[in-house]
Design a protein around this ligand. Structure first.
Ligand code: UGY
Ligand code: MN
Length: 254
């Protein structure tokens, strides 16, 4: 059933709102028995890619061209690392980070959906590494989102943030979940030099992007360029929750 050309999706210089009715599925090198919805990529001006992979049972994903973060949205998968005979079990809420070149094979046990963020790594100038013994490279990690302790944003108990990557300047991006009680909102319109990729996981509300206010709900994707004015207020009877990427921990000049 077509919709006479109507959609909530919108494409502006400083933001994208992509709703599931406009998603296009494509093959992806490194992915077998699956398709990729590439939500955002460098042609928009973004310095990263964020996609949702839809993988059939027995489908596989191997390493990409850069460092990678993945988050399981649906289904069960196994993750094989080189030199390890026992694979890790992944289920919804599991996430992993792989440094550039870190070999891995992700195999779907059941049909699965996985959010994947790939970004060329910007090394930290050794001048800024405080601990001389510190590893200058980010490290592999595997964890579960519900196991991360939430922190109330600006002391607001209605807005809980879980930081999924370690609190270390070695990492050049952050991925967080943000959970809003019904009626909770960002305490300010944010305008900052970092860009965002955002996947709405649960609930919904109103997102201000630039000079527009959009109804948004679970399943939607949003890209915000650097300096895109942004604000969100949760509406409904259940919490709103999103997964959000931002470039982080680097001097804006590189
Ligand atoms: O981390 C952030 O910049 C976050 N508070 N932005 C957002 O939710 N749009
Ligand atoms: Mn922000």
């Amino acid at each position: 059933m077509h919709n006479l050309g109507q959609t909530r999706s919108a494409n502006h210089r400083d933001h994208l709102l992509l709703t599931p009715d406009t998603f296009i599925r494509t093959p992806l090198p490194g992915l077998t028995n699956g398709l990729a919805i590439v939500h955002v990529a460098p042609p928009t001006g973004a310095a990263f890619t964020m996609m949702t992979l839809e993988i059939a049972a027995d489908g596989k994903l191997i390493q990409g061209p850069s460092q990678r973060f993945l988050y399981v949205l649906e289904g069960n998968l196994k993750l094989d690392e080189p030199g390890k005979s026992i694979p890790h079990d992944l289920s919804p809420g599991s996430y992993a980070y792989f440094p550039t070149g870190y070999e891995h094979t992700l195999t779907a046990v059941t049909p699965a959906r996985v959010a994947v963020i790939d970004k060329p790594f910007l090394p930290l100038d050794p001048l800024y590494i405080n601990d001389p013994g510190a590893d200058p490279d980010p490290w592999f990690l595997l964890n579960r989102e519900p196991d991360i302790a939430p922190v109330a944003l600006n002391g607001d108990p209605g807005l809980q943030v879980r930081s999924l990557l370690p609190d270390s300047h070695i990492f050049d991006f952050a991925v967080n979940t943000m959970t809003y009680d019904p009626g909770a909102a960002l305490s300010q319109v944010e305008i900052h030099y970092m860009e965002h990729g955002l996947l709405m996981l649960e609930g919904g509300g109103i997102y201000r992007l630039g000079d527009s206010w959009y109804p948004t709900k679970a399943g939607d994707f949003i890209w915000m360029s650097a300096y895109c004015p942004q604000w969100f207020g949760a509406i409904g009877k259940a919490p709103a929750k999103y997964l959000i990427y931002k470039d982080f921990n680097r001097h804006p000049l590189g």
